[in-house]
Design a protein around this ligand. Structure first.
Ligand SMILES: O=P(O)(O)OC[C@H]1O[C@H](O[C@H]2O[C@H](CO)[C@@H](O)[C@H](O)[C@H]2O)[C@H](O)[C@@H](O)[C@@H]1O
Length: 282
C-alpha cells in the first residue's frame, strides 16, 4: 500500500483514496486536512516532553492552510501541550488552526488562543492516586513511568528493557483499575492511557467536518487511537463525502497500514506529502 514519494503527489493505492485525493484537488476550499500529532507530525522520542513537530511541519502546514477549508490537529495530548510542542501558537499562516486535544474532549483555537474543555472526570483523580502503588505491587519493569495528563493519566513502557513485554504485563491490571473508576484504557505506542469514555478521534473528526461543512477530508495518523478517525472517514465516504486515509508508517503499528489509502514514511513522509499537496494546489 506504499505510495511513491518525492516531489510528485503520490497515488493512493485504493479507489476510494484516489477519489478522496481527486476531491481535495478539485475543490480545495472545501477540504479538511486533519492530522494526528505524535508519530505523524512529530517523530517518536523516548520522552514525550521532548517531542517536537518535524522541523518542516510548520512550513508545510502554513503553505497548505490558506488553500483548504481548515487544518486541524487531533491528538491524545492535552491541547495546550500539542500547541506548545508543535509550536502552533502565533505561527504565521496558521491563524485558523484548530487543535482538538484529549481525543477531542478539549479544543484550542488559534483565533482566540484559548482552550475549551469539559469538567474533569472524577475517576481520573482516583485512578491517579492508586496507580503508583499498583505498579509497585505488580513489580512493573524498570523504566515504566506515569505521565500526568490532567484529564487522563498514562503509563509508558518505551524506556523499559523490553517495552512490549512490559506493556503487555500491565494490560489487565490497568483495565481493572480503569473499570473500577469509570474510565477506559486507550492503548498506544508503548503506552496505556486511562481516560474518560465518550469521546474519540472519530467523534472529534466527524463533528469538526460537519461544523465547517467539509466537502472532502484527509486524515493522517499512526497509532491505534487514530482508528476511530479512520472509521469516521469510512463513514463520511459512505455518506458521500470523499476522503483520504494516510498512514504515517512505523514498524510498531500495523493496523493502520492495512486500512490506509496511502502509507508514507513516518512524519518525514507526512510533511513531504503536505508540502507537495500545498505546491500542487498552487
Ligand atoms: O494522539 P497522538 O498525538 O498520537 O498522541 C498519542 C500519545 O502520544 C504520546 O506518546 C507517544 O509519543 C511519545 C513521544 O514521542 C512516545 O514516547 C510514546 O511512546 C508514544 O506513545 C503522549 O505521551 C501520550 O500522552 C499521547 O496519548
Amino acid at each position: 500500500m506504499t505510495g511513491s514519494t518525492g516531489s510528485a503527489l503520490p497515488t493512493p493505492t485504493t479507489a476510494p483514496g484516489r477519489d478522496g485525493l481527486d476531491a481535495i484537488l478539485a475543490r480545495p476550499g472545501k477540504a479538511l486536512i486533519a492530522l494526528d500529532f505524535d508519530g505523524t507530525l512529530a517523530p517518536i522520542v523516548a520522552d514525550p516532553e521532548q517531542a517536537r513537530a518535524h522541523p518542516e511541519a510548520l512550513t508545510a502546514l502554513a503553505a497548505l492552510a490558506p488553500k483548504v477549508a481548515a487544518v486541524a490537529v487531533i491528538t491524545g495530548r492535552p491541547a495546550e501541550v500539542a500547541v506548545r510542542n508543535g509550536g502552533f501558537a502565533d505561527a504565521p499562516g496558521l491563524e485558523h488552526l484548530v487543535v482538538l486535544g484529549h481525543y477531542g474532549a478539549e479544543r484550542w483555537d488559534a483565533r482566540s488562543g484559548e482552550v475549551s474543555a469539559p469538567a474533569p472526570h472524577p475517576g481520573v483523580a482516583a485512578a491517579r492516586t492508586e496507580l503508583p502503588e499498583l505498579l509497585d505491587r505488580l513489580g512493573a519493569s524498570q523504566g515504566t513511568w506515569i505521565e500526568e495528563k490532567g484529564r487522563a493519566v498514562a503509563v509508558h513502557t518505551r524506556r523499559a528493557a523490553d517495552p512490549q513485554a512490559a506493556l503487555d504485563s500491565l494490560r489487565e491490571p490497568l483495565a481493572g483499575l480503569a473499570h473500577r473508576h469509570g474510565l477506559i484504557v486507550e492503548p498506544g505506542r508503548m503506552v496505556l492511557e486511562l481516560r474518560p469514555p465518550g469521546m474519540d478521534k472519530g467523534v472529534a473528526l466527524t463533528g469538526f467536518a460537519r461544523e465547517i461543512g467539509a466537502g472532502s477530508v484527509l486524515f493522517a495518523g499512526d497509532d491505534l487511537g487514530d482508528l476511530p478517525a479512520y472509521s469516521a472517514v469510512d463513514k463520511l465516504r459512505a455518506d458521500g463525502t470523499p476522503g483520504l486515509l494516510v498512514c504515517s508508517g512505523s514498524a510498531e503499528v500495523t493496523e493502520l497500514r492495512e486500512r490506509a489509502d496511502l502509507v508514507v514514511d513516518g512524519p518525514e513522509g507526512v510533511v513531504r506529502l503536505l508540502g507537495t499537496l500545498a505546491a500542487r494546489l498552487g
